[in-house]
Design a protein around this ligand. Structure first.
Ligand code: PLP
Length: 235
C-alpha cells in the first residue's frame, strides 16, 4: 500500500468520526484523478460530488457502477442531457428553467431525478441560486407538481459566505434551516421525501451540521488541495 492510499483512507475515516449521526458525506472529487476516487471507494465511500459535466461523465464511465454521483456545480441547461441517464442528485438547481430541462431529460430516460434547490444566501455576488423569496414563491405556486413529474425536489442546498466570521456563517446556515422548516411544514407537509439540507464544506461543515445540515460536501479535507492548473482531461 502506498502512502497516498493510506492518506485518503485515513482522512476519510477521521472526517467520518466528526460527523453527526445521520449526516451524509458527499466526497467532492472535482479536479482529482480517477485513482484517488478509487481509493476513497475502496475505503467504503459511495457518494461523490462533481462540478463539471465532462469530468463527471468521464469518471462515471471509469469507476464502479454502484457509486452515487451528485452534481454540485453551476449547471447549464444544454448539458443536463449528459448526466440525466445516471446522476443520483443534482444539488445546484438555481432556476425554474433548469428544473424544467432536468424534468425533460429525466422523462426521456424514464427516470425521476432528485434535485435540491440552491439558495443564494451568501453576501457574495458570484454565487448562484434562488433568493428565499423566489424559492418560496416558486414552490407555493405548486405548478411544478403537475408540470414536472420527473423531478423530485428533495430539499435545499446553500453555500455560506467565504469568511472567517463563524457567527456570520452560522447565521446564514440558520436562515436556510428556518426556510427549510417553513417549507417542510407547509408546501411539503405531506411529502416525506423533502428532507435534505445540503450545506457545509471543508472549512465550515462543523458549523453547518450544528445548524441542521443533513448532507455535507467535503473535498479538500479528503483529497487535498485541487490543482486548478491541471483540469481533468480525457485520456
Ligand atoms: C468544491 C465544492 C465543495 C468542496 O469544497 P472543499 O472546500 O474542498 O471542501 C463543496 N461544494 C461545492 C458547491 C463546491 O463547488
Amino acid at each position: 500500500m502506498t502512502k497516498e492510499i493510506k492518506m485518503i483512507k485515513d482522512r476519510l475515516n477521521e472526517l467520518k468520526e466528526t460527523l453527526n449521526p445521520g449526516v451524509e458525506l458527499v466526497a467532492v472529487s472535482k479536479y482529482h484523478p480517477v485513482d484517488e476516487l478509487q481509493q476513497a471507494y475502496d475505503a467504503g465511500q459511495r457518494i461523490f460530488g462533481e462540478s463539471h459535466v465532462q469530468e463527471l461523465v468521464a469518471k462515471e464511465a471509469a469507476l464502479p457502477k454502484d457509486i452515487k454521483w451528485h452534481f454540485i456545480g453551476h449547471l447549464q441547461t444544454n448539458k443536463v442531457k449528459y448526466m440525466a441517464p445516471f446522476v443520483s442528485l443534482i444539488h445546484s438547481v438555481d432556476s425554474e428553467k433548469l428544473l424544467k430541462e432536468i424534468n425533460r431529460q429525466a422523462e426521456k430516460n424514464g427516470r425521476i431525478i432528485d434535485c435540491l434547490l440552491q439558495l443564494h444566501i451568501a453576501k457574495e455576488e458570484t454565487k448562484f441560486g434562488f433568493t428565499p423569496q423566489e424559492v418560496t414563491d416558486f414552490l407555493q405556486s405548486g405548478e411544478w407538481r403537475s408540470q414536472m413529474p420527473n423531478v423530485r425536489i428533495v430539499g435545499l442546498m446553500a453555500m455560506a459566505t467565504n469568511t472567517d466570521d463563524e457567527q456570520q456563517i452560522a447565521d446564514e446556515f440558520l436562515q436556510v434551516k428556518s426556510l427549510f422548516d417553513k417549507l417542510k411544514n407547509t408546501v411539503f407537509a405531506s411529502d416525506d421525501y423533502f428532507k435534505e439540507i445540503s450545506m457545509g464544506m471543508s472549512g465550515d461543515y462543523q458549523i453547518a451540521q450544528n445548524c441542521g445540515s443533513t448532507m455535507v460536501r467535503v473535498g479538500s479535507m479528503i483529497f487535498g488541495n485541487r490543482d486548478y492548473s491541471k483540469p481533468f482531461t480525457f485520456q
